[in-house]
Design a protein around this ligand. Structure first.
Ligand SMILES: Cc1cc2nc3c(=O)[nH]c(=O)nc-3n(C[C@H](O)[C@H](O)[C@H](O)COP(=O)(O)O)c2cc1C
Ligand code: SF4
Length: 359
């Protein structure tokens, strides 16, 4: 099966085409320092035979924190804590990437410090925030914060970073015409709306060198009126590829969307892989190594997605919460389908685990 076979990404030999999609651990203290529980969680994943493991989203500036228990990478003081986490992967064949984020307008007012930033002052009806429009200097400050975060991730021993440009967080707000209504160097058309992300990719490559993997998770579509459409996602992906992006992961939706990012009750194979059409467009038109996430549960559906050229990698989130060793079970043919029932009880600030099993 191609999904279980080795694959190359840049100079890296990957053991297979599976990716553990970024998953918030809810296991960091108030300042974003990963707790000891982090090491246990990632030890299991590091021995799970997964090609690439991506951490939960870590905020790059204190005012970019979205929820309690979220980890952070906004200061050099956090590097020693992250070194303890990456050490877990020392003898693992899996690559380990840190997902980095700024929440923008998708932050919880109760837990938030400082002004709420967004490309334009568009209120968020899901998070119930009224953000301020960022100045050009603040946009540049955010760009530099992402570049510094990637530099810290490299110092901490990660193989690369993933920019969180999906699900309605700040970089996703910047590339979306719904949330970015600017008419300056950072808005007005899709090229300008992608400029900040392009500058960040260029900046990271310049700061830490080309061997360090730079990935991005993007929306294939926002599913809100006036939001990012598939053809605009393709245009942004092309600009990111031109800037040197190494890997793109296709997802979709934001907190305000009618169609969810993390869909419930996936019971039949027709409900699986709900962003396959979006990844197909990006994979075929942009020709960049492409991963697709969203509702994959059955091995044959994953294999078909790869063999039909809709994606090069399959990303899973909830299946690995419940079964961190799922890929090993697939390899031994001991299992053909993930046991996760897509109930979403794992969104739990007490810590990441399958609460359907343990709750
Ligand atoms: C508990 C939980 C936490 C999540 N945290 C993140 C995150 O930190 N970053 C991210 O990009 N997506 C996050 N997601 C979304 C997943 O990465 C993924 O896109 C989504 O769950 C759909 O994939 P699945 O059907 O394989 O779970 C999270 C999902 C869950 C259930
Ligand atoms: S709680 Fe368990 S079964 Fe429910 S979605 Fe999360 S991992 Fe799957």
């Amino acid at each position: 099966m191609r999904v279980l076979e080795p694959m190359t990404l840049k100079s890296h030999e990957l053991i297979n085409r599976f990716i553990r999609s970024a998953t918030c651990e809810y296991m960091a203290d108030e300042k974003g320092v990963p707790e000891d529980r982090f090491m246990e969680l990632y030890s299991q994943l590091a021995s799970g035979g997964i090609g690439i493991v991506i951490s939960g989203y870590a905020y790059v500036m204190p005012n970019g924190k979205s929820n309690p228990g979220q980890s952070a990478i906004y200061s050099d003081e956090l590097i020693p804590a992250w070194k303890k986490v990456t050490r877990v992967f020392q003898d693992s064949p899996s690559l380990f990437l840190l997902q980095i984020v700024h929440g923008g307008r998708q932050v919880r007012p109760k837990h938030h410090q400082g002004p709420i930033w967004a490309p334009s002052a568009v209120p968020d009806h899901a998070y119930k925030t009224r953000p301020r429009e960022m100045t050009v200097a603040q946009i540049e400050e955010v760009g530099e914060a992402f570049i510094q975060a990637a530099d810290r991730a490299k110092q901490a021993g990660f193989d690369g970073v993933q920019l969180h440009v999906a699900h309605g967080y700040l970089l996703s707000q910047v590339i979306s015409p719904y949330t970015n209504r600017r008419n300056d160097a950072y808005g007005g058309d899709q090229k300008k709306r992608t400029r900040l992300v392009v500058d960040i990719i260029n900046g990271i490559k310049k700061r830490v060198g080309d061997e360090f993997i730079v990935s991005a998770k993007i929306n294939g579509e926002d599913f809100v009126p006036g939001g990012l459409k598939p053809e605009q996602a393709v245009a942004s992906a092309q600009l990111m590829k031109n800037a040197g992006l190494d890997l793109i992961e296709v997802s979709g939706g934001m907190a305000e969307s009618r169609l969810g990012v993390v869909r419930r009750d996936i019971k039949s194979i027709d409900q699986e892989g709900y962003f396959r059409q979006h990844s197909r467009m990006i994979c075929r038109k942009v020709k960049i190594p492409t991963a697709v996430v969203g509702g994959f549960r059955t091995l044959s559906v994953m294999e078909q997605t790869i063999s039909s050229g809709e994606a090069d990698f399959i990303s899973l989130c909830r299946p690995f919460i419940r079964e961190p060793q799922l890929v090993l079970h697939f390899e031994k043919a001991a299992q053909q389908r993930a046991s996760c029932v897509s109930c979403n009880r794992c969104f739990n600030p007490r810590g990441l685990r399958c609460w359907q099993l343990d709750g």
